[in-house]
Ligand binder design. Sequence first.
Ligand code: HDE
Length: 742
Amino acid sequence: MSTNTTPANEVPIPGSPGVEPPALAEPTEPREPLPPKPDQDAPEMVTPTGSPTGAQKSLNSQSGAYLTTAQGARLYETDHSLKAGPRGPILLQDHHLREKIMHFDHERIPERVVHARGAGAHGVFVANGAAAGVTKAGFLASGVETPVFVRFSTVVGSRGSADLARDTRGFATKFYTDEGTFDLVGNNIPVFFIQDGLKFPDVVHAAKPHPDREIPQAQSAHDTFWDFVSLHTEAQAHTMWFMADRGIPRSYRTMEGFGVHTFRLQNAAGETTLVKFHWKPKQGVHSLVWEEALMVNGADPDFHRRDLADAIEAGAFPEWELGIQTFPDTPDETFEGIDLLDPTKIVPEELAPVQVIGTMTLNANPTNYFAETEQVAFHPGHLVPGIDVTNDALLQARLFSYLDTQLTRLGGPNFAQLPINRPQAPVNDMLRDGMHQSAVHAGVAPYRPNSLDGGCPFLAGEDMSTYIEVPQELPASAKRREKPASFDDHFSQVRLFYKSLAPVEQDHVAQAYTFELGKCYEENVRKRQLQALANIDGDLCAKVAAGLGLQAPAPTVELAEPEPSPALSQLRGTWPLAGRTVGIVADEASDEDALAKAREAIHAGGMVPLIIAPQGGKLPGGLPVQRTYLTARSVEFDAVVVAGSAAPATDAAPGLDAKAGDPTGYPGIDPRVSLLLAEAYRHCKPIGGWDHAGQALAAASVPEDAAGVVLGEGPEVLERMAELLATHRVWERFPAGAEGDR
Ligand code: HDE
């Protein structure tokens, strides 16, 4: 019942004296919490001891229709503390206040020291059986379906940093197999900075913000990073990879993934094979251009996170093929002269083709970011029978690190009991007690041998167990801190990578180094990195040196000319268009039939059409406006279409603000439209349009006859645009070597 005392002719203002807030339209009756949205449904969960629990599957930990305390006592009020009168002091006995604030004060856990910012998704992995000859891992047998959770991440930035930092991306996958959980904790770059885990704190300290001012955030473009990598030249391979376009992916969906290290597989007959794991995105491997990345970080710092969640919610489920490169398990653990234990080296796919062993589809968003994406705990030591590690010194150090880090992050040794970390295989581990123990273990004999529990649990036979015992002869040697001579070449493969890129990709690399080193204040650091570049490629070094205004040094090593590996270039072939976004610039004078046809055609191609108009709401014919000139920025779109009258024949055209007239002499064309088109042009995106679109292009100084610009009578231009988009960008618009921001 309202106690409104406001005079009848005035609108009551909620919160003013005597005015009750308006009743919410929904819900009208107390009811149970809503179930999760269908796309957020999670895989079947089991208890720590392995029994399925239907209740866990919904991940809906709250129940009951009424607000309660953490102990389940119902509350009649949660907006006001318990006080001695309305203006009096708060009473110590207000246990609801105390509990609510106590819990809030402890809502955060330490962020990951690296890979703090990430985004996750649930999915399923289906094996095709091609690996069955080399591994007995049950989840890799033909047709076996395994639930997975994937977390993508940047490495250097804090949890709240922007998605488009130039950085390596983490690509960590948890396979909840019937034989235990297998974690493939990889990156989107197949080589790593260092060859020995002992150097990890050094490289991370160098890459993180400077300790005095804590800047710059999420960037490698600063002195300490380049100081380290120019001194510790084994880092040059990894550095080159993320100076290339891989450092600024278009989407998590368009990234390759790599296990980086060499792993050892074992089949049912006991035979072993060395392998490297690869994830190949069916969406293609695409990146942004640098200027876009900079803009995205301002316009939409959550660009990658949003893109992944939107695609999954829209049903455009991203897919990756899992593949392996296989190598004979020889005593020297090398292949074609490449040391397989050196994580700064790749084996070119042309020498060892990637064989597809299954497909992963990400089909559900997390229900709760903290519970799943934040609390998920990966560990390279989560292995299953048939898959084991090698003596790669970096991998071996990781085996220690990942358990250790969870103790700090997740507050104790029972993190495997968190729903997202629970194995879906039966667990009978005899581990007991500890902080945050949530299982109620029965029995009296959590030890072996025992007779009181009938000797349970039993030990598995060696053939069923996880570790692979390969009789290996270790060379008689004193204990030493040293590495093999085969790890010494820090430049040949970097040159191989650079020489395998398309010319326009090489241009990007040169620009990236010039930008990054241009942000270093210490000239010695810049010069030292130029020396490393001179050792990799003289032309590259000369370009960067010219940009920095420094002398290009002579190389200090002589490299054999590498055989390029075309597989290393991202610019190959054509790719599906699923999930790509097309911005359609329109206004109230646009022909809405043509507009509707354009939307349909874009939808039919699996892409996402987004109408951009001067104001929000609907166009006169009822089509929804999804972006306005104010909220749209070119970086959100893979291609842009001007649908008719956004460039009117006269400045009196409806729907356009005369004030917004463009100074280029095309009155009525909003400068924000010009900016959108100019940026799309600069970033090599397909641009199309009909009717008066030519005038909008002219206002944006976009030549009508430029490569990738398609003007026509109507939406049929979209067909040609789709062909262009299938190659991602119209790189020929600015041939390699041309000036410009790309
Ligand atoms: Fe990691 N790494 N790492 N790393 N790493 C972590 O573990 C570490 C390395 C990778 O989404 C941390 O749970 C050491 C290589 C990914 O949760 C930490 C060394 C590769 C993720 C850690 C390495 C990776 C991590 C931080 C050198 C690619 C994110 C939080 C011996 C093959 C996983 C955590 C996620 C996370 C340590 C080297 C990939 C501190 C000591 C090489 C994708 O334990």
